[in-house]
Design a protein around this ligand. Structure first.
Ligand code: NAG
Ligand code: NAG
Ligand code: NAG
Ligand code: NAG
Ligand code: NAG
Ligand code: NAG
Ligand code: NAG
Length: 221
């Protein structure tokens, strides 16, 4: 009898504990990293003139929320353009794009075929457009383009609340291989000057001390 009561009591305590745990567990939604194209990645086959996979079909399988990332496993033959402008998207080029609604992500590669992973945070609700402007827009025209709808979800995490403006750079064109990046000559470190200054200051101080000693000795005699 006493044992049964104790058992019931323990069961009730157990239920209370699990109820409390359930109430304090995190909300069902979490931030998600979406690997674009799945295992196929973000690639273009110039021989077959086709994208590695159907990116629109891939996007249709995902739910996108603010604070999520798109992870592009790609190489420097393709680019990652993010735009909020349907005009820019449909043109497959960033030539006439506005710098406030279109962003190019790249790893600063200057050679073709370098492997690249590009992480793009989703910071704006609504329609986001993505494409590669490689091969003068040919990659975009042949499947390297897709549209997503970004929902509110949990909202932006603090780390993305005020995102820094993404770098906007010229796409690697056929000319970029011929023109290496300009190296700005470094000015010598200021330490070199301050060392020189302090040496001469010490020298001057010693000179004054010596002069003082000589003069005061002279006054004594
Ligand atoms: C998602 O990708 C971002 C950017 O690369 C990274 O900082 C973050 O740790 C990743 N999150 C997960 C859950 O893998
Ligand atoms: C590219 O396409 C060609 C022709 O269809 C095919 O033979 C080749 O294997 C493809 N390359 C890759 C890396 O998928
Ligand atoms: C790919 O398609 C574009 C446009 O249709 C065409 O100009 C180009 O010659 C094609 N490239 C190859 C390798 O078939
Ligand atoms: C890619 O998938 C979309 C959506 O599933 C479909 O409408 C479209 O026809 C496909 N494109 C190609 C080139 O197969
Ligand atoms: C582009 O977006 C604007 C504003 O959202 C809309 O008015 C227009 O119809 C769209 N154009 C196309 C071609 O989808
Ligand atoms: C971008 O700037 C143009 C004018 O330069 C303005 O008309 C447009 O509304 C801006 N777009 C966004 C998304 O802020
Ligand atoms: C990248 O482009 C270069 C130059 O057009 C080509 O030789 C190379 O095969 C391409 N790499 C891939 C993975 O398509």
């Amino acid at each position: 009898m006493a044992t049964a009561t104790m058992g019931n009591l323990l069961a009730v305590i157990g239920l209370l504990i699990s109820a409390a745990t359930a109430a304090s567990s995190p909300p069902a939604t979490v931030y998600t990293n979406h690997t674009v194209g799945g295992a196929a990645g973000w690639f273009f086959n110039v021989t077959s003139n086709t994208s590695a996979t159907n990116y629109s079909a891939w996007a249709a399988t995902q739910t996108f929320n603010l604070g999520d990332f798109l992870i592009f496993n790609t190489d420097s033959n393709s680019s990652v353009i993010q735009t909020y402008s349907n005009t820019t998207y449909l043109s497959c080029t960033i030539d006439d794009a506005q710098s406030n609604d279109t962003f190019q992500y790249d790893g600063g590669e200057t050679k073709f075929g370098e492997p690249l992973t590009v992480a793009v945070p989703l910071t704006k609700e609504g329609t986001n457009y993505y494409f590669s402007d490689g091969d003068d827009g040919g990659q975009c025209q042949h499947g390297m383009a897709f549209t997503i709808q970004v929902q509110h979800g949990l909202g932006l995490p603090p780390s993305l609340n005020q995102p820094p403006p993404p770098p906007y750079t010229e796409p690697p064109g056929p000319d970029s291989a011929q023109s290496p990046p300009i190296t700005i000559p470094q000015t010598p470190p200021s330490g070199a000057f301050s060392l020189g200054t302090s040496v001469s200051t010490v020298f001057l101080a010693l000179l004054y001390l010596l002069t003082f000693l000589v003069v005061s000795n002279a006054l004594h005699f």
